[in-house]
Design a protein around this ligand. Structure first.
Ligand SMILES: Nc1ncnc2c1ncn2[C@@H]1O[C@H](COP(=O)(O)OP(=O)(O)OP(=O)(O)O)[C@@H](O)[C@H]1O
Length: 609
């Protein structure tokens, strides 16, 4: 038997094996090939511009346009540029050696010259080979900008064999000709090519021409200096991005050089209620090449409702999601965007409070979402996040605390904030609160239940209750309490009488001393239980209580004349009918009377008229 010897070694990788893998798996989206080739052509054009500006190229620059041509008969797509071109040696170096990027080398060589890395897209040295995802053969006909350069032709059919030789080309630059493979003929369509060019190349920095038309805007506003731009420019650009949207509320021009590079413009849209639908409206670019509109990892969750463009060469592009999440730059970018947005909002708040208040109904959602999901954002937003009361007045948290502290601090020194999530339904409760000069806030958007939790966590000695969480004097318990005009016996009797009317097990009856001008019977939803059921409903999960019905309290007003009258009624049937009527009125005012019960109530009421 042969004995196994311990050894170490290096795995040998053969390029023949690797090539098909690159072809197949380099990018999941095959249409990317055009982005890569057009980017290379743009790079080559930018490079000649730069060499000219450094004085290393003294010939004419001429028009640097990149052209894309489709020849359906010949089944070719050709990308042509008037950039730096390549010599035979450069082809050997940059094209034959897969993953040896000429772009990276160029940047390295000129790294000391200001702005050299700006505007060069490629840096992995693989982009060119993405051509083989759709082509069975690729030709390059190129001529370097160098004075004595000869034109060269390179050809490769996707095996590891290539051909290189002299060619005819009088002008500087390159033509990259793709002979489209039979399984990729979908790309031999004007419509498809235009669609891909518009998707990825809409803002490339060099003009891109297809079918005699320039498809791009080479100087989009995010590349310009904010000082040179007017509101109209931002609005016009917004229309360019989202032709069918309403004008945005305002925008933020992002511009940072250190510790990472990032430019962009973020717009605050007017939100519609279906705000889930409006995600994926931020586009991510790298040096003006469109990369994706999935910005989950780069933009904090709560800002994904914004629209606009972010451009950063520092975001790794062709790597996996998990890498992106762990990337330090990505985290910093996230923090930077959050800070910028907070600063901008603080700015508007400070300089134009009135305008800010007008916009708050629209931007409140972002701001509240931000305070919930990001502590750092909360720290800034606590000074400009607004609360709106039922009289339409706006307050910051501090202003609100100051305004209500006198009247709405309970006997334990806790401030009780009252709110409504449905001012029509809870109208009688809002009125009761007003009678006590209590203030009632609107907290009626989808995000408010979470916002309320955040407020209670962050603010000391603040308790937030829905206006129908209890009867008015129990919402905010004060030192003094109303006396009941009923004796204990009478109270017990009233309790028993009303308990006899309850069909639902989730109702608790209590007899309370309330002001005489309150309703005879009031139905309330204890805050804690209600929040549990609400949470269960929104999360779609069953709680430990199972699918529980809404628990509610039936408070009988001991001091209401009707209660006394009911107790005094000798005829039992009549007594029950009176009590039932009072109870049904309470149900009605909470919108809980429906179907058969409602019909019976109406008939009974009509018969007494
Ligand atoms: N049209 C062109 N004109 C001049 N040189 C080119 C052209 N296309 C490619 N090259 C050269 O070939 C090199 C390799 O290109 P490739 O697309 O594979 O990588 P890259 O552009 O450097 O990086 P990336 O993978 O990010 O695209 C380029 O860096 C460049 O030097």
């Amino acid at each position: 038997m042969e004995s196994v010897v311990q050894e170490k070694g290096t795995l040998s990788i053969h390029t023949e094996n690797i090539f098909p893998i690159i072809k197949k798996f380099l990018y999941s989206d095959h249409e990317i090939f055009l982005r890569e080739l057009v980017s290379n052509a743009v790079d080559a054009s930018q490079k000649i511009k730069q060499l000219s500006s450094y004085g290393e190229y003294n010939g004419e620059l001429g028009e640097l346009k990149v052209t894309v041509k489709l020849d359906k008969e010949a089944k070719t797509i050709t990308v042509s540029d008037r950039g730096i071109g390549m010599t035979a040696d450069e082809i050997k170096k940059y094209i034959n050696q897969i993953a040896f990027s000429g772009a990276a080398e160029f940047v390295e060589q000129y790294k000391d010259k200001a702005g050299s890395e700006k505007g060069i897209i490629g840096h992995f040295g693989l982009g060119f080979y993405s051509a083989y995802m759709v082509a069975e053969k690729v030709e390059i006909i190129t001529r370097s900008y160098k004075d004595d350069a000869e034109a060269v032709r390179w050809e490769c059919d996707g095996s590891t064999e290539f051909e290189l030789g002299p060619a005819e080309r009088s002008d500087r630059g390159s033509d990259v000709v793709l002979h489209i493979a039979p399984d990729s003929e979908e790309f031999l369509s004007e419509f498809r090519i235009r669609e891909i060019l518009e998707k990825y190349g809409k803002f490339l920095p060099i003009e891109i021409e297809f079918e005699d038309k320039v498809i791009n805007n080479p100087t989009p506003i995010w590349t310009k200096n904010p000082a040179d731009l007017q509101d109209e420019d931002y609005l016009a650009f917004y229309k360019e991005l989202h032709p069918y949207s309403e004008d945005p509320l305002f925008w933020i021009h992002l511009n940072v050089d250190y510790p990472f590079n990032l430019t962009g413009v973020l717009y605050f849209p007017k939100l519609k209620n279906d705000f889930q639908m409006q995600r994926e409206k931020i586009q991510l670019y790298s040096r003006q090449v469109f990369i994706t509109d999935e910005v989950k990892d780069i933009v904090p969750d709560f800002l994904q409702l914004l629209h606009g463009v972010i451009d950063s060469p520092d975001i790794p592009l062709n790597v996996s999601r998990s890498y992106l999440q762990a990337d330090g730059n990505v985290k910093k970018i996230n923090g930077y965007i959050t800070r910028k947005v907070a600063d901008k909002l603080a700015d508007i708040f400070k300089n134009d409070r009135e305008g800010f208040e007008k916009k708050f109904d629209d931007i409140g959602l972002f701001v509240k979402y931000g305070t919930i999901s990001d502590d750092k954002f909360y720290d800034k937003a606590k000074d400009f996040c607004l609360l709106k009361n039922t009289e339409g007045k706006y307050f910051t948290f501090a202003e609100y605390q100051e305004a209500i502290k006198e009247n709405q601090t309970d006997k334990n020194g806790t401030q009780i904030w009252l709110y409504t999530n449905d001012s029509k339904k809870q109208d009688s409760f809002i009125n009761s609160a007003r009678k006590r000069s209590y203030d009632v806030l609107y907290l009626d958007t989808v995000i408010d239940p979470h916002f309320i939790n955040t407020l209670e966590q962050k603010l000391e000695k603040v308790n937030i209750k829905r206006v129908d969480a209890d009867t008015v004097d129990k919402l905010i318990e004060k030192e003094f309490a109303l006396e009941s005009v009923l004796s204990t016996d009478q109270q017990e009797k009233a309790k028993g009488l009303f308990e006899g009317l309850m069909e639902s097990k989730s109702a608790t009856v209590q007899v309370e001393a309330m002001p005489a001008d309150e309703l005879p019977v009031v139905i309330t939803f204890p805050e804690f239980m209600r929040r549990m059921t609400d949470m269960q409903a929104t999360s779609g999960q069953r709680s430990m209580f199972g699918d529980m019905p809404m628990m509610y309290t039936v408070s009988v007003n001991a001091n209401h004349p009707l209660t006394a009258k009911i107790l005094e009624t000798a005829d039992e049937t009549q007594q029950k009918a009176l009590a039932k009527q009072a109870y049904d009125l309470a149900l009605l005012s909470q919108g809980m009377l429906s179907g058969q019960a409602l019909t019976t109530f109406i008939q009974r009421t009509v018969s007494t008229l």
